[in-house]
Design a protein around this ligand. Structure first.
Ligand SMILES: [Fe+2]
Ligand SMILES: [Fe+2]
Length: 277
């Protein structure tokens, strides 16, 4: 083998080992991502097992939040972050100290309301250990009851100081809370939920996000989610004494098929006549 051949051989060898390393690294990263997603899924299952009402609520809030985030044109990593924050925003409510208050059917007293206001902080504490892996999660959960005008809790953050994800989730959360029944209050319907969001524009909620949320294509998309819920009712907490079923959108982390389709695409698709079969 002459010098040129040796050099060629060494270059080939180097490129081969670099490719092998890259493949190995890719595989390791993929495994790490799967593990992280599985751990979050496990945490979500723990919420379901402890409190199926909250499990259903957070899944619906995640589905609505993703629609709003998609309408806002946010990129995929931001949407994934919003999805996680939506799914864990109320994890503090399953804390033993709040469980009876949240699940009691009587009207809330001022002391109950004060106690419930601790749930963002309790949730943030629960999630603290995974902060190095999901830096936005803890802050997003902590801020989901902050108000645009600074009158929210726990830190009275104002305007854009509130993380974007928390502003998105706050709207979806209120929509679901008004629209769906709670143990201590009946459902008040889609229109009332939309009115509450409109009334909170610029006070409770980010005005630009409210404008997007109330635009007719997005409202249609929310109704579509409702239809999907009816078709794919997930029976959670099957063995619960009450025998109630919880309607929930089937949202999964890594293995959900796709993020929501952008609204323009959706409306374009709707306006096109269907091909005859
Ligand atoms: Fe909350
Ligand atoms: Fe909530």
């Amino acid at each position: 083998m002459n010098t040129t051949d040796t050099a060629r051989f060494l270059t080939m060898l180097a490129s081969f080992s670099t490719n092998a390393l890259t493949m190995g690294q890719r595989h390791a990263r993929q495994q790490a991502e799967r593990l992280a997603a599985a751990l979050l899924e496990t945490l979500l299952n723990a919420i379901d097992a402890n409190d199926p009402d909250t499990g259903g609520h957070v899944r619906r809030v995640a589905a609505y939040s993703l629609e709003l985030a998609s309408a806002a044109g946010l990129d995929e990593p931001t949407m994934r972050s919003i999805e996680r924050i939506a799914l864990f925003h109320d994890i503090g409510k399953i804390h033993q100290a709040l469980f009876d208050i949240v699940h009691d059917e009587r009207k809330l007293t001022p002391a109950d309301r004060r106690a419930i206001r601790t749930h963002p902080g309790r949730g943030a504490d629960v999630l603290a250990p995974i902060t190095p892996f999901y830096p936005d999660l803890r802050d997003g959960v902590l801020a989901h009851h902050e108000w645009w005008n600074g009158k929210g809790y726990p830190n009275s953050l104002r305007g854009q100081r509130i993380p974007l994800a928390a502003r998105v989730v706050a709207i979806a959360d209120t929509y679901d809370a008004v629209h769906h029944s709670r143990r201590y209050r009946g459902a008040r319907g889609v229109q009332r939920a939309l009115d509450v969001i409109a009334e909170g524009r610029g006070t409770q909620f980010d005005p630009e996000l409210v404008d997007l949320f109330l635009c007719p294509p997005l409202v249609d998309a929310l109704r579509e989610i409702e239809q999907t819920m009816k078709r794919r009712t997930v029976r959670r907490g099957r063995e619960r004494r009450s025998g109630r079923t919880q309607k929930a959108v089937d949202v999964t982390f890594r293995w959900r098929d796709e993020l929501p389709e952008p609204l323009e695409k959706k409306s374009k698709r709707k306006s096109q006549p269907r091909a005859r079969r």
